[in-house]
Design a protein around this ligand. Structure first.
Ligand SMILES: NC(=O)c1ccc[n+]([C@@H]2O[C@H](COP(=O)([O-])OP(=O)(O)OC[C@H]3O[C@@H](n4cnc5c(N)ncnc54)[C@H](OP(=O)(O)O)[C@@H]3O)[C@@H](O)[C@H]2O)c1
Length: 240
């Protein structure tokens, strides 16, 4: 399986969980080579590799598909986890400049699509490939780090449905949609805002990265007749 953005908080948890379950993990990184190498050493089992997976560079992704086919022979699961954002208050329209909007949409939506496009043949080859898109509760609630981030995740959810239809039956496509997750990024946000989010969550806490990883694992191992669906991991946050 290939995890893009494996060097972030969530990518690490997903890689660890899937390796524990017996998967051979391709640790995808963009700029954090050293982090990727350290993570790769910590993974349970054998045969894990580190590969530069720059989701903005479609040519490099196609080249990587050739490399994976040659070196590993197969790719069963793609986890589109790479993502980017920056906090801009929703009412601050000038703060959300064109460069940031393009960076967010290009990484979060186009990058995920580009990965599916590049790895489609490999994923379909065994007849039961799986794409997991790491989306966000922001897609549904439109609360999130900025307006473009929320919209990029809504677009990812919509793409999940289109591609599930288009790529069936050889490839299932599922989105996992976390609420706020207890990662470094979230720990850096205004603590009073974070506390308020916890208060407004029926289960009264943030998700842990490993709970998001559990949903990915379930999609791969248990939910074998599911495709085109969005699995929430949000403690019931949209209910309040
Ligand atoms: N944290 C949350 O509360 C939360 C909640 C809901 C959804 N999510 C989603 O979960 C995913 C992971 O979040 P996180 O909190 O783990 O983020 P993070 O710690 O900021 O990690 C982001 C990852 O994305 C990679 N990345 C960024 N730009 C890239 C590019 N152009 N090409 C390839 N990789 C790129 C980074 O790779 P390098 O370090 O190698 O550059 C890094 O591994 C994201 O899609 C995010 O939107 C997060």
């Amino acid at each position: 399986m290939l995890v893009t953005g494996a060097t972030g908080g969530m990518g690490e948890a997903i890689s660890l969980a899937l390796a524990n379950a017996g998967a051979r993990v391709i640790v995808g990184y963009n700029s954090s080579l050293e982090k990727a190498q350290l993570l790769c050493q910590r993974l349970h089992g054998e045969g894990h590799v580190v590969k530069k997976t720059p989701v903005l560079e479609s040519g490099a992704l196609s080249q990587l598909a050739v490399e994976i086919a040659g070196e590993l022979g197969r790719l069963d699961i793609l986890v589109n986890n790479a993502g980017t954002t920056r906090y801009v208050a929703h009412e601050d329209l000038d703060g959300l400049d064109d460069a940031l909007i393009d960076q967010i949409f290009n990484t979060n939506w186009r990058g995920a699509f580009a990965c599916v496009r590049a790895f489609r043949s490999l994923l379909a080859a065994q007849g039961d490939g799986l794409v997991i898109n790491i989306s966000s509760i922001a897609a549904l609630t439109a609360y999130g780090s900025n307006v473009a981030y929320c919209a990029s995740k809504a677009a990812m959810n919509n793409m999940t449905l289109s591609l599930a239809r288009a790529l069936a039956p050889a490839i299932r496509v599922i989105a996992v949609s976390p609420g706020l997750v207890d990662t470094e990024f979230v720990r850096g946000l205004d603590p009073s805002w974070r506390d308020q989010q916890v208060d407004n969550t029926p289960l009264k806490r943030l998700a842990s990265p490993s709970e998001v990883a559990n949903a990915v694992l379930a999609a791969a191992q248990t939910l074998t007749f599911s495709t085109g669906c969005i699995i929430p991991v949000d403690g019931g946050r949209p209910l309040v």
